[in-house]
Design a protein around this ligand. Sequence first.
Ligand SMILES: Nc1ncnc2c1ncn2[C@@H]1O[C@H](COP(=O)(O)OP(=O)(O)OP(=O)(O)O)[C@@H](O)[C@H]1O
Ligand SMILES: [Mg+2]
Length: 450
Amino acid sequence: MNADEALKFIEQLLEEKGKKRLNDLQRLVFKGSWDGRSYKEIQQQYSHRCSYEHLIRNVGPELWNFLSDVLEDQVRKLDLQGAIERAWERQSSLKANGTTDAESLSQQSNETEMAAEPLVQEDFIPRRYLGNVPEVSALFGRNRELRQLEEISFGCSLILLYGAPGIGKTTLAAKLTHQISKQFDYVVWRSLEEPPPMQTLVAELTHFLSNGEETSTDLSRLLHYLQKHACLIVLDGLESVLRSGVHNGSYREGYEGYSDLLKQVGQISLMSRIVLTSAEKPRDVANMEGGQRVFALKLEGLGELGTQNLLVARGNECTETDVRVILHRYDGNPFILNSIATKIRDLFNGDIQTFLQQGTLIFDDIQALLERQFNRLSDLERAIVKCLVAHHEPLTIAEIRQFVTPPISNGEILEVLQSLLWRSLIEGSAARYSLQALMAEYIMNCQQDG
Ligand SMILES: Nc1ncnc2c1ncn2[C@@H]1O[C@H](COP(=O)(O)OP(=O)(O)OP(=O)(O)O)[C@@H](O)[C@H]1O
Ligand SMILES: [Mg+2]
């Protein structure tokens, strides 16, 4: 009996017994298992259908349990042929005796002890880690983003989490890694705070994924391992390989190789996921975004509930109105919220009302964060940002062209606005653009001081 005959036999039996038919995925697992393939091999062959994790944890065990029920025998992946052949022989002898299959199987039902297939698989490999995934103690208001990332992460090779400094990219990526790492054989957490050149990174990753057998700087070798194994690789802080002072999303000198890495990973089907965090969206990701393999999530500030929970967790009492005012002033940025929440507790005795009466306070750590963001802008970006501050209300492109000094061409305005959006510095709605509230405050303060 071959796999097709075995499947046909099972399907006839299911029909006779009035049971539901096998779905496509179950049929693939059945046939692959019959031919002695591991879950990994089955998944590799049909990787577009589902993840390895889903196959090994859900589809497989559910199929064997279902068949065990139907055949009233213990059906396991490793002994699938034996179970089917026993059922085949039983059915043949029934036919010879003129007994119906259903009657016979019910006679046997007390004789066979059912056992669910243990979760020990023939292709189990211990998970391997490189780098330390940061611990996440308290995370407020990110359930929606986590769900979104978990759901889409099955289909994408390249996932970018981008947003303003301090908005919580690293924290969210760490939380996601803790949640989904069990789906992967290799998990890498790599901070790019001091970024290596792309070839060095490739060699580092290839060495790890080949279990020390290879240290190649050749990108194609890394891609080979990313296709061969299920790997989760987080590169945290990609903005450090991007140039500052320009508005074209280009790379720093010596780091141009990262462009090839992103482009290649974003274009092929992998067993693996690369998760990037960045304060700025790189042009390469913007160009590939929307395709099947690349997903970019812009991280916004916390919502009302997240902000309230954070303030309360830091020992403050607050009304809904307090929360709204704070949210509006500080853009829901968790780094900033943490900073002000402890100041309100320590300096204002937890009294948010008194704190709010001081106007928007920008403490040193918040100042440093905004400075970091502002210092990366090109001259034209600074000109447009200042123009938006001066007019206190969202402006259209035509209005920006009318008011900005020095004068900027239409084409350049579009380039610059796109770059400011990639840096999460401005928001656009109904073709009008406005600056983040806190950055506006920071620029006004700077202008007053100097
Ligand atoms: N959802 C959240 N709830 C509570 N605290 C948070 C949350 N997200 C981030 N934080 C805290 O805010 C601070 C900044 O977070 P994080 O370092 O993740 O930001 P980031 O976007 O990676 O910043 P950077 O651009 O500087 O790398 C950290 O102290 C972190 O613990
Ligand atoms: Mg970070």
